[in-house]
Design a protein around this ligand. Structure first.
Ligand SMILES: Nc1ncnc2c1ncn2[C@@H]1O[C@H](COP(=O)(O)OP(=O)(O)OP(=O)(O)O)[C@@H](O)[C@H]1O
Ligand SMILES: [Mg+2]
Length: 376
């Protein structure tokens, strides 16, 4: 990458670092040499565990925090030293920070008044913003007279009315109940796509990250652990950390039996599984120990064969159900398999629900093409 970042990047974070004093003479590396190029109109989500540096990254982009090292480049210009109000990159966060004594109209109009826009133009733009986020009819109410979802939409409208080319979100939906989260989430996505606003979005919630983003940056300890499309980070996690963080995963110890040109045969609890080579990294050695990550939905539970069709189970791995929890769309199980303890998730398709009760013995059907094999 040259000094200006990749040529087609709208926003380029270059080797960004931020340290804070830890109060004991040392430093906290909140963000640690992070680089990220974001294309015009792209929706990029930063996701990762608490304390991994998401908010700090966002605050540096917005100009509220000065980088300790590195640069922020927008359309080829270094903006690292610009104050927030000259960046026009509104930040929407979970506490809506509305002015309680101002009406919805005045809250949304606030930034435009600061820009000394004419009254008619302000009224026009506020009306447009209200229409965009379905707030028409609430303009003369006060924030205290609105639901949480409506307040969050006022915060969104207040940002949109500034006609930003880039918007920043820090867990904007975490105060909303699950139904409203989904509704407001699609609202944000619809408006973002309609206006083509380049977006950096921070969340803890993997469903939110996967469903909203063009690309997801999974962060850990101030760095990007993996950057890719939602499908890529979910189906091809680059490390056990990403595998476990995006969704959840079972980690099983295994021995490599054999490596062929296209497959690796790994042995788990004595049973061989043939895993495509492109799901193993880096290339395993025969006889070596590896860690196999198996998503809960890559395991199927099968009942014993009915009496009369032969006896008991077909040959193959078996386990014992320790716990089963029906949640509507899926049933989640805890199943012992040798000395491993598996989490299994079974979708309940079109009402065809088979619940395996705790204590029952089940056959385990694994899908090895969905395994990931990592060094032990
Ligand atoms: N002003 C500050 N002074 C000292 N340390 C700070 C400051 N701001 C953040 N930190 C530390 O920097 C690290 C990253 O914090 P940050 O708020 O960016 O995390 P985050 O990923 O947003 O976490 P969360 O998901 O909990 O919001 C944390 O260890 C935090 O304690
Ligand atoms: Mg945060």
């Amino acid at each position: 990458m040259d000094a200006a970042g990749s040529a087609n990047a709208y926003l380029s974070l270059q080797n960004l670092s931020k340290t804070f004093p830890d109060g004991q003479g040392g430093v906290i590396r909140a963000v640690d040499g992070l680089s990220l190029d974001i294309a015009p109109g792209e929706f990029v989500t930063l996701i990762g565990p608490s304390g991994c540096g998401k908010t700090t990254t966002l605050r540096m982009i917005a100009g509220f925090e000065e980088p300790t090292a590195g640069r922020i480049v927008r359309e080829g210009k270094d903006i690292s030293g610009l104050p927030p109000f000259e960046r026009n990159m509104p930040l929407v966060f979970q506490s809506y920070a509305l002015f309680p004594h101002m009406t919805v109209f005045d809250n949304i109009a606030y930034g435009l008044k600061l820009r000394r826009m004419k009254r008619d133009a302000i009224a026009h733009d506020v009306a447009m913003a209200c229409q965009m986020v379905n707030l028409v009819g609430t303009e003369s109410r006060f924030p205290g007279e609105l639901s949480g979802g409506q307040q969050q939409r006022v915060a969104l409208a207040r940002a949109l009315v500034l006609k930003p080319k880039i918007m920043l979100f820090d867990e904007p939906l975490s105060n909303l109940d699950p139904k409203l989260r989904i509704q407001t989430r699609s609202e944000i996505k619809r408006v973002q796509q309609m206006l083509g606003i380049t977006t950096v979005y921070v969340t803890h919630d993997q469903t939110e990250a996967l469903s909203l983003s063009d690309r997801v940056a999974v962060m850990n300890h101030g760095k990007i652990a993996q950057l890719g499309s939602p499908e890529a980070v979910y189906n091809h996690p680059a490390s056990p950390f990403v595998s476990d963080f995006i969704g959840s995963a079972n980690f099983l110890d295994a021995i490599v039996d054999e490596v062929t040109s296209g497959h690796v045969v790994v042995r788990i609890n004595g049973f061989p599984f043939s895993v495509p080579l492109d799901r193993c990294e880096p290339n395993p050695e025969p006889g070596g120990r590896v860690l196999v990550s198996v998503k809960p939905e890559a395991i199927e539970l099968v009942s014993p064969v009915e009496p009369g069709e032969g006896s008991g189970f077909r040959s193959g791995p078996r386990g014992v159900v320790e716990l089963s929890a029906f949640s509507g769309p899926a049933t989640e199980y805890k199943v012992t398999f040798g000395d491993a303890y598996l989490t299994v998730s079974t979708p309940n398709i079109r009402g065809r629900t088979v619940v395996h009760r705790a204590g029952s013995e089940v056959g385990l059907e694994f899908d090895p093409s969905a395994f990931r094999v990592y060094p032990a």
